[in-house]
Design a protein around this ligand. Structure first.
Ligand code: ADP
Ligand code: MG
Length: 828
């Protein structure tokens, strides 16, 4: 610790300004954070210069070169020097200009920052100039060379050696160039979509001199054409146009009209009679669904007039909420405020939440432009201008909410199905968070009744697969599913679609209707807590069984078992009517208790001495010290609550080689292998360990067989995705997908699907390709598999593996334990 008194010795240096060059370097790194931002800044400059043609060229994903050429206004000679100076801009001169700023740039720091971070050259010709000039700048933004050259009117900015002055960032960029490139294209899409009437192309030339176009818009005046150019025509077929639905304006205006604040004018529209929620919270966008039409409680009828124009206007497109019209991720969402691409966090959240109320399994494609008066937006929040402050945020959210509800109201909702079965007071569902070793261990030895034992055995396969898919195959979505015993197999399936909110009430109603109509259960023994009583039911009185409900439901006769509906909120127990369950005849057991009572013990005399006892104690103490483990490695209790801690301890203490060093002690309960490593005993679930080993081997080695499509399918992938696909053909081939590739076709038309993987019960298609592309974009790995292929492997692995209940020889167990050394994460 530093002694406070010593502080006097610390040299307190005087406060001085940081020198100008250092400040320049420090700040520049904040303005241009990544390749994406560099491209964004240059494209913004071109758009601000009124260009209708912008060509972005990269070499080796931007590592070697980045060049943006436009046919904009160009720069006059007297501005050459100021072009790259910090805080020098032609877009505003006064702070007050900021309030109404309509250009993308206004801070005058992009070019100066790029100068500091890279080698920068600008070639430009103003329309008044007869020739172009090529200007080279140093890192401080000073002109080092200037020479005339030929060029059309416009500007070309060339950057090489990006981030050369920030070594850490440069290394990161070199390491992740492809990922950075993909991020850049996604940001570029935002500008391509919004810039109507501007033709934007972007291409990349790899080191092998192959040039690929990643995006090319046609300069159309319609947003829809831009969407089609980037994402393919198919994307257009699943989107709906957003229109401003202005509930709050009407309300505000009525209130203002009633209070006399607003007078009738020529723009006013007469409204005869409106029914509107005038309660305080009706504007609250957080209560998305609760607050929709039905919850208008304190509505008032009032007369008023609506004033036009609306202060908030939304335009754009969103995926329809019809089943399958959305996307599996949020990869295609573009937000704008006054046509400026940005990230309005609350708007993004609201849109996704509302969409998922209608289509819970997907995310929407979104292209949304919010128009508000410029004075109510603060765009000067971060140097990259991606974050905004909005004074009218609440109204924007409100308008948006109503607009979305309006366009989705007539489309059939997709609903989440989440059935859960309760049998005999035991809720059976996969325990999602438990490592598999503990899971099956706990399952077998904790609270097993006869029924659940049986249940578990029959459905062991399923249960195990599920469990694995959740604990180990991280990317599976966990669908809460329950496993049914024999008798429940006969239960009529619930309709596929159940309204999330109404599930409870619907099912309760159904129960009360149906339960009155149930017949004899043939295999009632599955239902009853113990077998002997079940046999008696069948033997004695066959016909009537009561369902006893623990909650509200009255006791009702069961007539038709197929009508029973099981639901998580009640417990259903079967109890035979009018049957006296016989208690087994207790027979008196004869014991030798009386004998024991008698005092006829034998006596043996032992020879010992105090010295002998002392010696023995010494020996014992010695031994105890000797066998004391050096330290206790595992401290966590075996309890699902501490799973995470257990995992941590295991991964800390056990390396993969440890499994090879483990001694196999034996098998326990035909389900677990007991092993020993030094002072610790381990219990290994024989099925789980074999299953995960088999799964990983399938994952690594299997090449799926494929089937040729009669007509190759046009995939309409984005330019970037096409490139990712072309770069990873081997991975796709391993998964059974092969393609016809035409490198010279325009983006979105270069790849056609030729073969798809074949397997008896599994259908594969474009979604699996999309998923693979998503994975490859996020994380390049040679073992990339779509989740459905993984699910297929999981099911195969399960069937292939040693079952619980199989006796294993020591050699078999040795093999299983040795295999654990090859598993990726054996303790999860
Ligand atoms: P800002 O865009 O915030 O003004 P920049 O550093 O990006 O700051 O650009 C500085 C100035 O250079 C701009 O204000 C503009 O006048 C000029 N400029 C930059 N790029 C172009 C271009 N492509 N065409 C014409 N002028 C440009
Ligand atoms: Mg700029």
């Amino acid at each position: 610790m530093v002694d406070v008194n010593d502080l006097s010795d610390v040299e307190i240096s005087s406060i001085k300004p940081i020198n100008k060059d250092s400040v320049h370097k420090i700040c520049s790194g904040q303005v241009v954070l990544s390749l994406a931002v560099a491209v964004k800044e240059l494209v913004e400059n071109s758009l601000d210069a009124g260009a209708t043609n912008i060509d972005i060229r990269l070499k080796n994903y931007g590592l070697d070169l980045l060049e943006v050429s436009d046919n904009g206004s160009g720069v006059t000679e007297d501005n050459f020097a100021a072009l790259t100076l910090k805080y020098h801009t032609s877009k505003l001169s006064d702070y007050s200009d900021l309030l109404g700023v309509s250009s993308f740039g206004f801070r005058g720091e992009a070019l100066s920052s790029l100068c500091s971070l890279a080698n920068l050259t600008i070639t430009t010709r103003h329309h008044k100039s007869e020739y172009a000039t090529k200007i080279e700048y140093d890192h401080k933004g000073n002109i080092t060379n200037k020479k005339p050259c030929s060029r059309q009117v416009g500007t070309t900015v060339t950057l090489s050696n990006l981030f050369c002055s920030l070594p850490v960032r440069q290394k990161e960029f070199q390491k992740n160039a492809k990922r950075e490139f993909n991020k850049m294209t996604n940001l570029l899409y935002a500008y391509c979509l919004i810039a109507t009437g501007v033709r934007i192309t972007c291409s990349n030339q790899t080191s092998s001199n192959v040039k690929s176009v990643v995006v090319a818009t046609q300069g159309s005046l319609s947003y829809k054409d831009n969407i089609a150019c980037i994402f393919g025509i198919k994307q257009l077929q699943s989107i709906l146009e957003l229109k401003t639905e202005c509930m709050s304006n009407i309300k505000d205006n009525i209130l203002r009209g009633l209070s006399g604040e607003v007078k009738e004018n020529e723009d006013s529209v007469n409204i005869e009679e409106v029914e509107i929620d005038l309660s305080e919270d009706s504007n609250d966008a957080d209560n998305i669904i609760n607050n929709s039409q039905e919850s208008i409680t304190s509505s008032q009828k009032s007369q008023g007039y609506k004033n036009i124009p609306e202060p908030v206007k939304v335009t754009g497109f969103i995926s329809s909420c019809a089943h399958g019209s959305g996307r599996s991720s949020t990869d295609r969402q573009f937000f704008y405020v006054n046509s400026r691409p940005c990230e309005p966090i609350k708007v993004i959240k609201l849109i996704n939440e509302i969409y998922r109320q209608f289509n819970p399994h997907q995310y929407p494609f979104v292209f949304l432009n919010v128009n508000v008066d410029r004075v109510s937006v603060d765009v000067n929040v971060t140097p990259d201008k991606r974050k905004l402050f909005l004074t009218k945020e609440k109204s924007i959210l409100d308008v948006l909410k109503h607009s979305l509800l309006k366009i989705f109201e007539n489309i059939p909702k997709t609903l989440r199905v989440e059935p859960t079965v309760t049998i005999n007071n035991q809720k059976v569902e996969p325990e999602l968070s438990q490592p598999r070793i503990f899971q099956s261990f706990i399952k077998q030895f904790s609270n097993q009744s006869d029924l659940s034992m049986k249940f578990d055995d029959e459905h062991h396969e399923k249960a195990d697969l599920k469990r694995k898919s959740n604990s180990n195959l991280g990317s599976f979505t966990a669908i809460k599913k329950t496993y049914t015993s024999n008798i429940i197999d006969k239960v009529k399936p619930e309709p596929d679609v159940i309204d999330d909110d109404d599930t409870e009430t619907q099912l309760i109603n159904k129960n009360s209707e149906r339960i009155s109509n149930i017949e004899i259960i043939k295999n009632a023994d599955n239902f009853l807590p113990n077998k002997s009583s079940a046999t008696e039911v069948l033997g004695a009185q066959r016909d009537i069984i009561y369902l006893e409900n623990t909650d509200e439901l009255p006791n009702t006769q069961i007539r038709n078992i197929t009508d029973v509906v099981f639901e998580k909120s009640h417990t259903i127990r079967c109890k035979p009517k009018d049957i006296q369950l016989k208690t087994p005849n207790l027979q008196k057991v004869v014991t030798d208790k009386e004998e024991l009572g008698k005092n006829n013990r034998k006596t043996v005399n032992m020879k010992t001495s105090l010295a002998h006892v002392k010696a023995l104690v010494d020996i014992f103490n010695n031994k105890k010290d000797k066998y004391q483990p050096d330290r206790i490695k595992f401290r966590s209790a075996i309890n699902p609550v501490f799973n995470k801690k257990c995992e941590e301890e295991l991964s800390r203490e056990i390396s993969k080689d440890s499994f090879k060093r483990m001694d196999v002690v034996g098998q326990f309960n035909l389900g677990f292998i007991i092993t020993r490593l030094d002072d610790d005993l381990f219990i290994i679930d024989q099925h789980a360990t074999d299953e995960i080993y088999n799964f990983e081997s399938l994952q690594k080695t299997t090449e799926l067989t494929n089937q040729k499509l009669v007509i190759p399918q046009n995939l309409e992938l984005t330019g970037v995705n096409e490139q990712i696909l072309m770069d990873n053909l081997a991975i796709f081939k391993k998964n059974g997908f092969t393609f016809i590739i035409d490198e010279h076709a325009p983006p979105t038309k270069r790849v056609k699907l030729l073969t798809i993987p074949m397997s008896k019960n599994w259908m594969f298609g474009k979604e699996d390709i999309d998923e693979l592309l998503f994975m490859l974009r996020e994380n390049q790995s040679e073992y990339c598999r779509p989740s459905r292929v993984r699910a297929m492997f999981a099911s195969r692995a399960c069937r292939k593996s040693v079952m619980i209940g199989t006796a294993l020889s020591k050699a078999d167990m040795r093999i299983l334990v040795d295999h654990m050394a090859e598993i990726d994460k054996p303790w999860v």
